[in-house]
Design a protein around this ligand. Structure first.
Ligand code: SAH
Length: 250
């Protein structure tokens, strides 16, 4: 039997946003290695799979990546149906690419299954259209967090004319604000900060580039949250409203 691992996106939190393919993989799974941003509710689709949590948040040390790699390999070589379940999409800031490569180099078949990434879900839940004719001609997904300390080309981002969707930005609000202002982005550019997107306790804070740090602080914005920066974050553009909804929360 061929060793195989499914790298599956569990979506942003709402279990109904799971794909049918993800459900099929979970049904067939013998072993599920699950990240901590995954809503446990999706595990209801499993049939007697062994569930192994492999992520920790909030300042705790994560399960070392090398250990996760070895676990997947071991179970796959035993002929087990292995599902590696990740929050959102496995290949958007999810290490799906590197895990797939590592496994394939060892002769393991890998099947990637998309999930709805948090940035897309968060925007939609707040009626924000990330691209909008005449307003935003594109969207850029970036992370404010780098392991090697390298920096983004903030000036290029500030002047790209695309909607910016920033992951892992809660602890970097000050830097994001400073860099985008220095890069030439307008001070009144609208910002939406969306915490726990698609979950019942989702919260949304509308602000602008100048005030985002202060507003997030007053709102007590916590991770996981995404930031949407750009003209489309101003108002319910989808429904054609032009009201300024710079309100705290919903
Ligand atoms: N692969 C995931 C992203 C993992 S990186 C995806 O595609 O969504 C972790 C970051 O994702 C968090 O710091 C946060 O910025 C974002 N995130 C994940 N789930 C979220 C949620 N439900 N609401 C808001 N942001 C979320």
């Amino acid at each position: 039997m061929n060793a195989k691992v499914w790298l599956v996106g569990a979506g942003p939190g709402d279990p109904e946003l799971l794909t049918l393919k993800a459900v099929r993989a979970l049904r067939e799974a013998d072993v599920v290695l699950i990240d901590d941003l995954v809503n446990d509710a999706v595990l209801e689709h499993c049939n007697n799979a062994r569930i192994i949590p492999v992520g920790k948040r909030g300042g705790c040390r994560s399960t070392p990546q090398a250990f996760i790699h070895r676990l997947m390999l071991r179970y796959a070589r035993q002929g087990k149906c292995v599902v590696r379940l990740k929050g959102g999409d496995p290949c958007i800031f999810g290490r799906g690419g590197e895990e797939a490569q590592w496994l394939r180099e060892r002769g393991v078949e890998v099947e990637l299954v998309n999930g709805i990434t948090a940035g897309l879900a968060g925007a939609t839940q707040c009626d924000i259209s990330l691209t909008l004719r005449g307003v935003a001609r594109g969207v850029t997904l970036v992370t404010a967090h780098t392991q090697d300390g390298s920096s983004l080309n903030w000036k290029a981002l500030a002047q790209s004319g695309t909607t910016l969707v920033i992951y892992m930005g809660v602890a970097k609000l000050s830097e994001i604000r400073e860099e985008l202002l220095a890069g030439g982005m307008a001070a009144d550019t609208p910002v939406a900060m969306i915490e726990n997107a698609s979950l019942p306790h989702q919260r949304e804070c509308r602000s602008d580039l100048t005030a985002m740090e202060e507003d997030a602080w007053a709102f007590e914005l916590k991770s996981p949250a995404i930031l949407v920066i750009g003209a489309v974050a101003a108002s319910s553009e989808i429904s054609g409203l032009s009201t300024d909804i710079r309100a705290y929360g919903l």
